[in-house]
Design a protein around this ligand. Structure first.
Ligand code: ADP
Ligand code: MG
Length: 362
């Protein structure tokens, strides 16, 4: 894999948005409304009332643990799985009953299964043959250029690296210019380093082609690092959908708070914009009232050595750029992340403070 040509130089984070600048919301491309699917003999629905929309050109990730219903949701959008209830609309038209080939949606699945007996150019041109020879050839050249594989059109799939094959699969999908591309764990066959690189390439390619995408993954880093918005699924339901920062800073549920990064969950009593907590009165990120569970990020807790304090460090992991502490305090074990210093050893007594607003959970 070391010979992978880096013709596309896509290592920079995609499209940094200047602070305070809000982009116009894109026109809606896809609307998924209360999609539901229960497999025969199953006690629970695999997908239950899932609803969200995708804007033109938008990159949305569906994130959740194995078995939460991501693939089933994608298959219903693609038309491979009939929903028991709910609808799918593309550019305003109801496509719920249309077969896959009439939806005009592109797919890239886990094993990207190129046609082994066709050249790279043959694979990429497969969906555009109806354009006629000359136009199809032009389109193939354009797509190979877009994915950084110009000049490799005559190769056979087995003569390419895994990352290159993935890009050919993407070029083949993008050649007919679908407004929407569905990607189901497309990077899971690649090793870690190549995966991180390829996913940024893919994001850039889709943005360059103007295609919207839904990426299904169980890898939070992949979702947060590539998508404009991330939908978090849990047990067949879409728990929350939002920009990566919004999910991290304002999770609505304990599941989202723990699945996106790590969280300590505390009990408290909310009163509007603040709450009584084991750490005193703290401001809330949004209003709540009554008994609540509160999410506190490990980096929101400050830890100071203090021999007279009650809390004790019971575990420590030094990670270079930061360190993790497990701290026993009042019958609870809290996770704290601090900078690389000062050195605090296991067994040390520490004072804990929270110096930020905390998040009330539903
Ligand atoms: P994910 O992609 O998030 O891992 P899936 O959508 O593949 O989850 O599966 C969701 C649930 O539906 C799982 O419990 C799975 O076992 C079940 N399931 C998926 N496909 C079928 C099927 N064809 N028949 C019966 N059960 C299925
Ligand atoms: Mg799946």
């Amino acid at each position: 894999m070391t010979d992978l040509p880096r013709i596309l130089n896509f290592r920079m984070p995609a499209e940094a948005t200047p602070a305070g600048f809000r982009q116009q919301p894109a026109r809606v491309l896809l609307e998924v409304d209360r999609l539901t699917r229960r497999f025969e003999g199953a006690a629970e629905a695999a997908v239950s009332r899932v609803g969200f929309s995708v804007g033109e050109g938008e990159f949305v990730a569906l994130l959740g643990p194995s078995g939460c219903g991501k693939t089933t949701t994608l298959r219903m959008i693609a038309g491979f799985e009939p929903p028991d209830a709910g609808s799918v609309r593309l550019r305003g038209a109801d496509i719920t009953a249309l077969p896959p080939e009439r939806r005009g949606i592109g797919f890239v699945f886990q094993d990207n299964a190129l046609f082994p007996n066709l050249t790279v150019a043959g694979n990429v041109g497969f969906g555009v043959r109806r354009l006629g020879r000359a136009a199809a050839d032009r389109r193939v050249a354009e797509m190979l250029d877009l994915v950084g594989l110009s000049g490799l059109g005559g190769r056979m799939p087995h003569e390419l690296s895994g990352g290159q094959q993935q890009r050919v699969a993407l070029a083949r999908t993008l050649a007919p210019a679908p407004p929407l591309v569905l990607l189901d764990e497309p990077f899971s066959n690649l090793d870690a380093a190549l995966r991180a690189e390829t996913r940024q390439d893919v994001r850039k390619l889709l943005k360059a082609a103007g295609s919207a995408a839904i990426l299904v993954t169980h890898d939070q880093e992949e979702a947060l690092g590539t998508a404009d918005r991330v939908g978090v699924m849990h047990e067949g339901r879409l728990e929350q959908i939002g920009a990566p920062d919004e999910l991290y800073h304002n999770p609505v549920s304990a599941f989202v708070a723990s699945f996106i990064g790590r969280s300590n969950i505390l009990a408290g009593t909310a009163n509007g914009m603040d709450a009584e907590t084991p750490f005193g009165r703290l401001p809330l990120s949004r209003a709540a009232n009554g008994a609540v569970r509160l999410a506190v990020r490990p980096e929101q807790i400050l830890l100071d050595p203090d021999p007279t304090a009650e809390a004790v460090v019971i575990g420590r992991e030094f990670r270079g750029h930061d360190q993790l502490f497990w701290v026993q305090e009042g019958g609870r074990c809290l996770l704290v992340i601090s900078g690389p210093g000062p050195q605090v050893s296991v067994g040390a007594r520490v004072r804990l403070r929270i110096c930020d607003c905390v998040v009330p959970l539903s």
